[in-house]
Design a protein around this ligand. Structure first.
Ligand SMILES: Nc1nc2c(ncn2[C@@H]2O[C@H](COP(=O)(O)OP(=O)(O)OP(=O)(O)O)[C@@H](O)[C@H]2O)c(=O)[nH]1
Ligand SMILES: [Zn+2]
Length: 200
């Protein structure tokens, strides 16, 4: 049984199904009509998938580390992510850019692990600020990095499809740790490498 399977098993799908049926009735729908009859179980499977991160510790991905000679910036740009706004339970999604300067032992993690880290924290009810700092703290602490920078750019559907209806608004958040926080020159070098890649 894989770790992912266990994570999904921790979510009470029957309870979600009952709740979705309730919501459909409450909005005036008929949950027994053809098109809706399988919807509660579909939504339950979907929630088990998009909230699987609640039962995973994404830091495990930083523990498959190794050492290299490189002591300068490593930047993984444009990691696509999808998360769920904890205020409205609708998606917010965009790109994550994660960079770090390895610590004195030259400890690094495999490049794909940064995308797995982002994915693990994104698969929970979230706010963009917390998502940003959780990613930064995991990299900084687990790799004992000299410095860490994380920048997220995202569109929030709760601002686009409802409420204020500002579909083009983009929210940018950053979290910097260690030398990338204290050293203005290294920080602006990292930031300009990230900004070069900012696009829509
Ligand atoms: N800081 C922050 N706010 C968020 C995030 N996602 C959604 N929000 C905001 O959470 C707020 C919730 O505000 P409330 O006034 O409680 O809810 P609401 O009446 O639905 O607000 P409106 O969206 O303005 O209609 C809204 O301003 C959202 O834009 C996020 O990741 N970070
Ligand atoms: Zn929202």
């Amino acid at each position: 049984m894989t770790e992912n399977h266990n994570a999904v098993e921790n979510i009470d799908r029957e309870r979600i199904e009952r709740a979705v049926r309730e919501i459909l009735e409450a909005v005036g729908e008929d949950p027994s009509r053809d098109g809706l009859v399988d919807t509660p179980s579909r939504v339950a499977r979907m929630y088990a998938e998009v909230f699987r991160g609640l039962h995973e510790d994404p830091r495990v991905h930083m523990q498959t580390k190794f050492e290299v000679e490189h002591r300068e910036l490593v930047l993984v740009r444009d990691i696509r992510f999808y998360s769920m706004c904890e205020h409205h339970l609708v998606p917010f999604f965009g790109r994550a850019h994660v960079g770090y300067v390895p610590g004195k032992d030259g400890t690094v993690a495999g490049l794909s692990k940064f995308a797995r880290l982002v994915e693990g924290y994104a698969a929970r009810p979230q706010v963009q600020e917390r998502l940003t700092s959780q990613i930064a703290d995991a990299i900084h602490e687990e790799l004992q990095a000299h410095g860490t920078i994380v920048v997220l750019q995202a569109e929030h559907l709760c601002m686009a499809m409802r409420g204020v209806k500002s579909p083009n608004a983009e929210t940018v958040t950053s979290a910097v740790r260690g030398s990338l926080q204290s050293n203005a020159a290294t920080r602006s070098e990292a930031m300009s490498l990230i900004l070069t890649g900012l696009h829509h």
